[in-house]
Design a protein around this ligand. Structure first.
Ligand code: BJW
Length: 255
């Protein structure tokens, strides 16, 4: 059975949403699968402003350990395939990633919205100084004081209950609307995400409502799977390069 592939024409616009699963084969743990727990806690109990207020050291150790892992990891074939698709499509390509690991940029992606922030920046938890670059991996002593007000620095990460950058939301919606207004073919592709966390999990519905063809490439079931026209089950490095191969055959063997 040939690998399924998305068909592209000269007008096709491609909106991609990635999640932790695309970095799994680079050696980085996902959030909700096996090994996705942090010291016995669910991600919902660690990645919140309340968790930071209650025990900042614990939360900062979590992010220092994540920097250690992400710094040692390398982009894989799926990250590289997205960078190559962007090089072919130019402005007709947009990548929104929920990942904070920076691997898309290291693979060469440029039109990327880091909608949940970045591991590699911190900002003040009180006076909102920053964000500033932060490459610290000191798990034993993770606390840092803001140079402006002396309060604790925190990762420049979007936690549960916090707003995403409105400019990112606007960029996603504008990309979809522009395709609709130009009557261009729009393809939405989600990769390696469980479809549990909003607003990202709702992008597929928004795109589909405006006529997009929707694809999901994931290792397992996703919570929002019912909104996808095509579901390709498998590891990202195995399926994404074929899905994006410009000259690939029309999709076959997918449901
Ligand atoms: C492979 C693979 C391989 C494995 N190949 N695949 C609407 C309805 C209900 C609730 C809400 C709603 N709108 C907002 C909310 C509240 C909340 C929310 O969504 N809650 C849900 C739990 C229900 N959302 C928010 O609070 C967001 N803010 C917001 O909306 O502000 C406005 C507002 C505020 C308050 C109330 C209402 C509105 C902010 C969300 C921020 C999420 N932040 C986190 C942590 C920080 C980042 C970090 O530390 O890295 O982001 S949570 C965590 O989940 C992380 C991820 O980016 C995110 C998504 O996880 P992801 O990427 O999908 O990973 P997994 O592990 O879940 O799945 C991996 C998948 O990969 C699996 O399916 C595997 O099968 C697969 N896989 N190996 C391919 N090799």
């Amino acid at each position: 059975m040939p690998h399924p592939a998305i068909s592209f024409d000269d007008t096709t616009r491609l909106l991609v949403l990635t999640g932790a699963g695309i970095s799994a084969e680079s050696g980085l743990a996902t959030f909700r699968g096996a090994g996705g727990l942090w010291e016995g806690s669910r991600v919902e109990d660690v990645a919140t402003p309340e968790a930071f207020e209650a025990n900042p050291e614990r939360v900062l150790r979590f992010y220092a350990a994540r920097r250690l892992g992400a710094g040692a990891a390398h982009p894989n074939a799926a990250h590289l395939a997205l960078a190559e698709a962007e090089a072919r499509l130019g402005d007709r390509f947009l990548l929104a990633t929920q990942n904070v690991d920076g691997l898309h940029a290291r693979a060469g992606s440029r039109h990327t919205l880091e909608i949940h922030g970045s591991l590699w920046r911190s900002r003040c938890s009180r006076c909102h100084a920053g964000p500033v670059e932060d490459r610290s991996t000191e798990i034993a002593h993770p606390l840092r004081a803001c140079a402006t007000c002396g309060s604790l620095m925190r990762p420049d990460i979007v936690w549960f209950g916090e707003m995403l950058d409105p400019a990112h939301e606007w960029a996603v919606r504008s990309f979809v609307k522009a395709a609709d207004m130009a009557r261009a073919r729009l393809v939405f592709l989600a990769i390696g995400t469980s479809g549990n966390v909003y607003p990202a999990a709702g992008y597929v519905r928004y795109a589909k409502d405006l006529g997009a063809e929707t694809w999901l490439a994931n290792a397992d079931e996703a919570a929002n799977a019912h909104w996808f026209d095509h579901i390709v089950t498998g590891p990202a490095t195995g399926v994404v390069p074929a899905l994006l191969s410009a000259s690939g055959p029309e999709a076959r063997g997918v449901r």
